[in-house]
Design a protein around this ligand. Structure first.
Ligand code: 5GP
Ligand code: ZN
Length: 118
């Protein structure tokens, strides 16, 4: 599996940097964002080092579908029974700061429909 020794999230995946992990399996790890923007703010991170949506290839289709179906399960585990928000920032123009693909999962308060918290 591709990893990048200079990548912050690869270091978290390898356990070189601590994180507050809430879920982990062969494909992904899920941990709390260090700077939460909502009462629940998790990052769903594939173990494979993929820089962003821009670098996705056909071989990642199953992984991405897996992540999409995992999101509501994680949300439910976190008690987000009334809904949640997912955000993927792509590239500097999209506000991406860590260049290892990840999905933000936010909830725990009523997020405004028109507003973007990220
Ligand atoms: P991006 O802007 O790339 O979509 O999101 C990166 C996220 O990673 C930010 O919300 C930021 O707070 C979070 N983050 C940055 N460094 C760390 C860290 O060392 N640990 C954790 N848990 N989150 C981090
Ligand atoms: Zn990485």
């Amino acid at each position: 599996m591709t990893t990048d020794s200079d990548c912050l999230f690869c270091k978290i995946i390898k356990g070189e940097i601590p994180s507050d992990q809430v879920y982990s399996d062969e494909q992904v790890i899920v941990f709390k964002d260090i700077n939460p923007k909502a009462p629940v703010h998790l990052l769903i991170v594939p173990r494979e080092h993929i820089k962003s949506l821009n670098e996705l290839e056909e071989k990642h289709d199953v992984l991405m579908a897996y992540i999409m179906r995992l999101l509501p399960k994680i949300a439910k585990e976190q008690g987000l029974n009334n809904g949640f928000r997912t955000v993927i920032n792509t590239g500097p123009g999209g506000g991406q700061e860590v260049f290892h693909l990840h999905v933000h999962l936010l909830g725990g308060e009523r997020l405004s429909g028109a507003g973007f918290v990220m």
